[in-house]
Design a protein around this ligand. Structure first.
Ligand code: HEM
Length: 399
């Protein structure tokens, strides 16, 4: 096994990363080796995986546990994005019992199976016509606001939250509050109270949706139903919205790429894969802990050691993607790790693909002359903890 090329100096995550341009330090680290010693937010040391092959190895190896043994901040994994504040006993139990991102093996599979049907390829396809309508309505709203409007606020975020509410089965009369609490944030108790209203409504008025499915699942407790819905609400909150807005910025930064899609909208499905690769928003996915010594990339990761995979760095690994810093809508980018991989790979990825497909297709078709006025995505953005994702906004556009 090789020696650590960094001696005992552990890095912290770079603060100069931007959604469309990762910190140059990642390239330097990839060059030096597949793993970098990393100092975590609670000040203990572990590893950061920077290269593609080793990233996949870690994400798919069951010897890495998802349980938050070494990241105290991660005890509230499902609460990322919620404002701190007191939560009643039922809410605490809901979060604890349905923490899909914080459990392994059979316990994880049980929770995951309860939701996968609603997020399959077939289910995403079924939702496509309504998603296209929502996209068209939001594009109308953007156009009506006039040049200079914020694409994130008027287009990306409403698409993301409205589709989310549709698939989950949040009733129309709750949509405004749902959007407010889950897009702009709200105290944990307020979010949970609203979910209870949404669940009660579906108890009285069952529909063809996730909430009704979960309520009909006799294997799940009330707390698990509430917890899964809270977790799903947080998972879809920023991800799709940021991917639409950052993807648009990336395309407008390189207008030949935007024009290529405007001229040939049939390129959009492949372009979506390239956009999520290029604009990967998870600097690191959730940290894993080695449950026994595991050899990765020439290093032995000792039992109990924390390992974080950088999806951003892996997706810019020149060993896997030639000219990785070039956005090329004709590239075959399949196999990227923007949605993670292995047992915890993104549940919502098929739905996200349809949303992104419709969102970019509508933009290039109806606004072929779209241009960027200004964006916060050209500046380093703060990282959301404990999982380092970009928190990027705004995106002012004209046409
Ligand atoms: C472009 C949009 C999205 C991106 C880039 C994305 C990315 C990711 C990534 C990287 C993971 C793995 C985290 C890890 O392994 O630590 C993940 C997991 C997850 N995502 Fe997504 N996501 C997106 C959209 C969605 C949507 C729309 C939903 C649901 C409505 C969703 C639900 C989930 C869930 C439930 C998990 C946890 C899966 C598990 O632990 O088994 N995601 N996502």
């Amino acid at each position: 096994m090789s020696q650590c090329p960094f001696g005992h100096v552990a890095a912290t995550l770079p603060a100069d990363s931007m959604p469309t341009r990762p910190s140059p330090r990642f390239a330097g680290w990839r060059e030096a080796g597949p793993l970098v010693p990393l100092r975590f937010q609670d000040d203990h040391e572990g590893w950061l995986v920077t290269r593609y092959d080793e990233a996949r190895e870690v994400l798919t190896d069951p010897r890495f546990s998802q349980q938050p043994q070494r990241m105290p901040a991660n005890d509230t994994t499902v609460d990322r994005g919620a404002e701190p504040g007191p939560l009643d006993e039922a809410g605490i139990e809901a979060d604890r019992s349905a923490n899909i991102l914080g459990v392994d093996g059979a316990a994880h599979l049980r929770l995951r199976r309860a939701i996968t049907r609603r997020f399959s390829v077939r289910s995403a396809r079924t939702h496509r016509p309504r998603i296209a309508e929502i996209v068209a309505e939001q594009l109308d709203a953007l156009i009506q606001a006039g040049p200079g409007a914020d694409l994130l606020e008027l287009y990306a975020e409403p698409i993301s939250i409205r589709v989310h509410a549709l698939v989950l089965g949040v009733a129309d009369h709750l949509l405004e509050r749902y959007a407010q609490y889950y897009v702009h944030g709200a105290p944990r108790q307020v979010q949970h109270d609203l979910l209870r209203e949404a669940i009660d409504h579906r108890r009285q008025h069952p529909g063809d949706d996730t909430i009704s499915d979960l309520l009909g699942n006799e294997d799940l407790s009330d707390a698990e139903v509430e917890g899964l819905l809270h977790m799903l609400s947080l998972s879809g909150r920023d991800t799709v919205a940021f991917m639409i807005s950052t993807g648009t910025v990336a395309l407008l930064d390189q207008p030949s790429q935007y024009r290529a899609l405007a001229a040939e909208p049939e390129l959009v499905p492949a372009a979506v894969e390239e956009i999520v690769r290029y604009c990967t928003m998870f600097l690191t996915v959730f940290p894993r802990t080695a449950t026994e010594p595991v050899a990765i990339g020439g290093h032995v990761i000792e039992q109990g050691t924390t390992v974080s995979v950088s999806a951003v760095s892996a997706n810019r690994d020149e060993r896997r993607f030639p000219d990785p810093d070039v956005l090329d809508v004709r590239r075959d980018a399949r196999g990227h790790l923007a949605f993670g991989d292995g047992p915890h790979g993104c549940v919502g990825q098929q739905l996200a693909r349809v949303e992104l497909d419709e969102a970019f297709r509508a933009l290039v078709t109806r606004l072929p002359e779209l241009r960027l006025v200004s964006t916060g995505q050209h500046a380093p953005t703060p990282l959301a903890n404990p999982v380092a994702t970009y928190a990027a906004r705004p995106v002012h556009v004209a046409w």
